[in-house]
Write a protein that binds this ligand. Structure first.
Ligand code: HEM
Length: 479
């Protein structure tokens, strides 16, 4: 007895769609994906024909037709690609007839009008394609990372991407006709689809196999990003995993939008989920590790290229004279102790992570801070606050030390050292100098920090992935 036959698997959804019978069609033999694919094609073509003959004036037939046409085009394209990619055996005429018979049988059982047929077909088509997704992911699981595996994963992503477009046909059902069916269908929900439910776990298995392979050969994922020219296939794999989670998340997100459009966002599904709560599911990546990887790389490159931060924009601003970043040059006699207190408070706020207090040391509109000579200064309270928030993305704690501080009129200069704990728990130490210019109200008008940010990036890379930074070969530009 196969898994779907067990009473446990007979969810109201499975019963509605007769999935246990379909399991026989899809089976587990080598032609399973082709059978599922064929089901999807037949159903889609039948639906397209039926919807063309739909004469109900209140239905948005035009929208439905467009979606059918686009999906047909994508399906036909994908079917060809898949067949080429997987070299599946062809279905015999008898097998095809068997499938068509089963589909016809199911159709005669839909008793709740035209929307029932459409509703059941759309779910069946999606189920058929998710059966193909299962087969492909299982196949990828046995493979080493190669270009073909990456192509395969991209194909899986593409299949799911097409689903999210295609299920939207349901948005153009007649509400009145659908609700009669919906209430009759109480307790059956697409959320009970075992195939869709298992996609993340299957995809994760492939991903974990890939990570284990990288570990075995001593290539940290950060190295794949850093030296992509040496790891082209792995880079393609990363990109394919990204496509995969993106398409699955888009599927869930578009499903949420569709459900909201039909039921209203405050409705409760028959399994007890509130519609507007579904959006949260769409936000979860299947591969949070990838998310972390790209965050790591963002942090590292923020420091690596810190010396040119905002340069492109600043050059244009200065050329068009829409901004002024010239350092404050006015000179006044100020109380030296009060100036020293401003500088001390500036570093104290960094230590206590008091972003508001740190920003308040500056003149609210004209105060600016330049984190590296040549970069675009952060000017005004809002920008200064963003700078500090970003700083605390990189470091969970910082202990700054002022090594020496001298004051001349309204200018203060110091050397500093920072012992920092990075977001990923690495201890880093770096030092630099800073110059401050204050106005007569003891507000900072200009602060310029100088330190080797590239060295911080290098330390962060070594600490995060244990690899050294090699300057990339300059890209050749196309003309
Ligand atoms: C008129 C169309 C649809 C409506 C009104 C609808 C409604 C709902 C509702 C209310 C839920 C929340 C669970 C619950 O309490 O029942 C849900 C979940 C779900 N439905 Fe649908 N659905 C529709 C179409 C589809 C289709 C075509 C599929 C694909 C085969 C599908 C797959 C799912 C999945 C996978 C979930 C779980 C999603 C998650 O956890 O974010 N639904 N649906």
């Amino acid at each position: 007895m196969n898994a779907f036959m067990s009473s446990q698997q007979r969810t109201p959804y499975a019963l509605y769609l007769h999935l246990n019978e379909y399991e026989n069609i899809w089976g587990n033999d080598s032609t399973a994906p082709l059978r599922a694919l064929y089901c999807a094609e037949v159903l889609l073509q039948q639906n397209a024909r039926m919807n063309e003959s739909d004469r109900r004036p209140y239905i948005d037939k035009e929208k439905k037709r467009t979606i059918f046409e686009e999906t047909m085009r994508a399906f036909v394209h994908d079917t060809k690609c898949l067949r080429k990619l997987m070299k599946w055996p062809a279905l015999s005429e008898t097998e095809k007839q068997d499938i068509e018979l089963k589909i016809a049988e199911l159709r005669t059982e839909n008793r709740y009008g035209q929307e029932d047929t459409l509703f059941a077909s759309v779910h069946l088509i999606a189920e058929s394609w998710f059966a193909v997704v299962h087969c492909m992911l299982k196949k990828c699981n046995d493979e080493l990372p190669t270009k073909q595996t990456a192509d395969f994963l991209k194909q899986v992503a593409r299949i799911i991407e097409v689903q999210q477009l295609f299920v939207r046909i349901l948005e153009y059902m007649s509400h009145r006709d659908y609700h009669r069916l919906r209430v009759n269908l109480r307790d059956a929900s697409g959320a009970q689809s075992r195939r869709i439910h298992e996609v993340p776990a299957l995809a994760r298995k492939v991903f974990e196999g890939f990570c284990a392979h990288l570990k075995k050969i001593g290539v940290p994922p950060l190295m794949v990003l850093e030296n992509q020219q040496d790891h082209v296939v792995f880079y393609l794999m990363l990109s394919a995993f990204q496509d995969l989670t993106r398409s699955f998340q888009s599927f869930l997100f578009n499903h949420y939008l569709m459900v909201g459009k039909i039921l209203g966002a405050s409705s409760l599904g028959s399994l007890g989920s509130q519609v507007n709560g579904l959006v949260g599911h769409a936000a979860n990546s299947i591969f949070p590790e990838l998310d972390q990887l790209f965050f790591d790389y963002t942090q590292i490159t923020n420091f690596r290229y810190g010396h040119m931060s905002g340069k492109v924009v600043m050059e244009k601003e200065l050329q068009w004279q829409v901004a002024d970043y010239s350092p404050y040059t006015e000179s006044h006699d100020l109380d030296q102790e009060r100036v020293k207190e401003v500088v001390a408070q500036y570093f104290r706020c960094i230590e206590t992570q008091d972003i508001r207090g740190w920003v308040q040391q500056f003149h609210p509109e004209e105060g600016q801070m330049c984190d590296a000579p040549g970069s675009r200064p952060f000017k005004g309270s809002q920008k200064l606050s963003v700078f500090m928030k970003n700083f605390f993305k990189a470091f969970q704690s910082v202990a700054p030390q002022i090594l020496d501080l001298s004051v001349d009129k309204n200018t203060a200069s110091c050397r500093w050292k920072m012992n920092a704990r990075t977001y990923n728990d690495t201890l880093l130490s770096f030092s630099g100098t800073e110059t401050f210019r204050l106005n007569t109200g003891y507000q900072i008008m200009y602060a310029l920090a100088e330190y080797d940010a590239e060295a911080v990036a290098t330390d962060l890379l070594i600490a995060t992935a244990g690899i050294e930074y090699q300057k990339p070969v300059q890209f050749e530009m196309y003309h």
